[in-house]
Design a binder for this molecule. Structure first.
Ligand code: AMP
Ligand code: GLY
Length: 414
C-alpha cells in the first residue's frame, strides 16, 4: 500500500513511524514532513491546503491511502476532494470538520444532542461580548469563534482579564461558563455512526512547570489518563460521543475519522470542553507509541467503513512524551540553532524521538520551529516511561531549547 500523510509535526512523525511498523506499508510519503520524518519516509512539497493539488499528487504517485494530520486541510475540504476522486482518506469532510472550526457550531450540536458541556453565549463581535461580561462578571471563558490552535482561548478569573482578552479579538466571540475539574482527552475512531475508542491521554498546555505561564499547543503528554476510568469512558461514549454522531448523521454530515473529545471531569462526570477533528499533538505521539503497527489497520478500517470488524489490542503499558521547545516559545524564539546528541538516543518500540520543527542543513539538525522534538518512551508503569523519556531528554545537546520537567505530575504525584 502507498500511503501519503499530510503534515509535518511531531504528530505526523508518530503517524509515519506507526505506519512504517506495519508490513502493509510499501511506500510512505509525508508532505511536508521534517528532518526526523525524512529519515524514515519520502518528504514532498505539496500545498496541503489546496484540495486539487493533493488529489493530483496522490493520483500521480499511485497513493492508495491518505492520512490527514492537522485540521486545516480538513477544513479546506481535502478529504472531500480525495473521496470524490475515489482515494481512501482518513479524516472527516469539511462539513464534519466544522466541529473544530467553529465553537458556536459545536455548541449548537451539543445543545441539540443533549451533550453535557459549559453554558455558552455567542456574539457577533467583542463589544457585545464585553457588555455581557460587565453585566455578568467573572469567572468566564473567552473564545474566538474560529480555528486558533488552542491559542484563542482565555480562562478569565476576573472581569478585567476577560475585558482585556476581548480587546485583543475581532470577529465573532463565544463566552462560556468556566468549568472546573480535571481535563483529559478521549480518542475515538468513527466511520459514520459506529465509534471505537482507541485511547486516552493527558496533555500539558501551559509553558512552564506547575501549570504556570502561557498556553501552548502542548508541552508533553502521557497515555493512558488514569482519571479517565473505564466507567467515565463508558459515560463519555453514551452521553457525549454517540449523541453527537447521531446528531451529525441527522444533519447529513456524518463523521468519519478520528474524533478527539477534550473532557472536563468532576465528581465522576465528564463534560465536553471541545472537539478536535484530528489526533492531538503531542497526544498522538503517546497513542502511536502504544498502538504501534495496528494504528494503520485501525485508521484504514475506519476510512473504509469497516470499524465493526476492527479490534484494538490494548497492551497494559504507559507512554509519556516530553516536548523540547525553542527558548521563548510560545512567544518569539530564534530559529536555526543546532541540535546535537540525537544519534546516540535509543530508537526501539520503547524509545522514540519524534521531530516537529526540525530541518537538516549540511548534515546538521537545526531547530526551525517553536515545538521542536518530542522525546517519547514507553514503560510498564508511567514512572518507568517518564524516567526513560527524561534520560533521553538529558542526552540531547541543545542549549537553545527547554522543556517542562514535570510531565506526568497529575498521575505520578497527584
Ligand atoms: P479549547 O481551544 O476550547 O480547547 O480551549 C483551550 C483550553 O482552555 C482547554 O483545554 C481548557 O483548558 C480551557 N477551557 C476551554 N473552555 C473551558 C471552559 N468552559 N471551562 C474551563 N476551561 C476551559
Ligand atoms: N495538544 C492539543 C491539541 O492537539 O489540540
Amino acid at each position: 500500500m502507498n500511503i501519503l500523510i499530510l503534515g509535518g509535526g511531531g504528530r505526523e512523525h508518530a503517524l509515519a513511524w506507526a505506519a512504517m511498523q506495519n508490513p502493509k506499508c510499501d511506500r510512505l510519503i509525508v508532505a511536508p514532513g521534517n528532518a526526523g520524518i525524512a529519515a524514515i519516509a519520502e518528504c514532498a512539497r505539496i500545498d496541503v491546503l489546496d484540495p486539487a493539488a493533493v488529489v493530483q499528487f496522490a493520483g500521480d504517485n499511485a497513493v492508495d491511502f491518505v492520512i490527514v494530520g492537522p485540521e486545516a486541510p480538513l477544513v479546506a475540504g481535502v478529504a472531500d476532494a480525495l473521496a470524490e476522486a475515489d482515494i481512501t482518506v482518513f479524516g472527516p469532510s469539511a462539513a464534519a470538520a466544522r466541529l473544530e472550526a467553529s465553537k458556536a457550531h459545536t455548541k449548537e450540536i451539543c445543545d441539540a444532542a443533549g451533550v453535557p458541556t459549559a453554558a455558552w453565549w455567542r456574539f457577533d463581535g467583542p463589544a457585545a461580548a464585553a457588555a455581557h461580561v460587565r453585566m455578568n462578571g467573572a469567572p468566564i471563558v473567552v473564545k474566538a469563534d474560529g480555528l486558533a490552535a488552542g491559542k484563542g482561548v482565555t480562562v478569565a478569573l476576573t472581569e478585567a482579564e476577560a475585558l482585556a482578552a476581548l480587546e485583543a479579538l475581532d470577529g465573532p466571540v463565544v463566552l462560556e461558563e468556566m468549568m472546573t475539574g480535571e481535563e483529559a482527552s478521549f480518542f475515538v475512531l468513527c466511520d459514520g455512526e459506529m465509534a471505537l475508542p482507541i485511547g486516552t491521554a493527558q496533555d500539558h498546555k501551559r509553558a512552564l512547570d506547575g501549570e504556570r505561564g502561557p498556553n501552548t499547543g502542548g508541552m508533553g503528554a502521557y497515555s493512558p489518563a488514569p482519571v479517565l476510568t473505564d466507567e467515565i469512558a463508558a459515560l463519555t461514549m453514551e452521553r457525549i460521543v454517540r449523541p453527537t454522531l447521531v446528531e451529525l448523521v441527522r444533519r447529513g454530515t456524518p463523521y468519519r475519522g478520528l474524533l478527539y473529545a477534550g473532557l472536563m471531569i468532576e465528581d465522576g462526570q465528564p463534560r465536553l470542553v471541545e472537539y478536535n477533528v484530528r489526533f492531538g499533538d503531542p497526544e498522538a505521539q503517546v497513542l502511536m507509541m502504544r498502538l504501534g503497527a495496528q494504528a494503520l489497520d485501525l485508521m484504514q478500517a475506519c476510512a473504509e467503513g469497516r470499524l465493526d470488524e476492527a479490534r484494538v489490542n490494548w497492551a497494559d503499558d504507559h507512554a509519556l512524551t516530553v516536548v523540547l521547545a525553542a527558548e521563548g516559545y510560545p512567544g518569539t524564539y530564534e530559529s536555526g540553532s543546532e541540535i546535537r546528541g540525537l544519534d546516540a538516543l535509543p530508537e526501539d518500540s520503547s524509545h522514540m524521538t519524534f521531530h516537529a520543527g526540525t530541518a537538516e542543513r549540511d548534515g546538521r539538525i537545526v531547530a526551525i520551529g517553536g515545538r521542536v522534538l518530542n522525546v517519547t518512551a514507553r514503560g510498564a508503569t508511567l514512572a518507568e516511561a517518564r524516567d526513560r523519556a527524561y534520560a533521553m531528554v538529558d542526552a540531547v545537546e541543545w542549549p537553545e531549547g527547554r522543556c517542562r520537567r514535570d510531565i506526568g505530575w497529575r498521575a505520578l504525584d497527584g
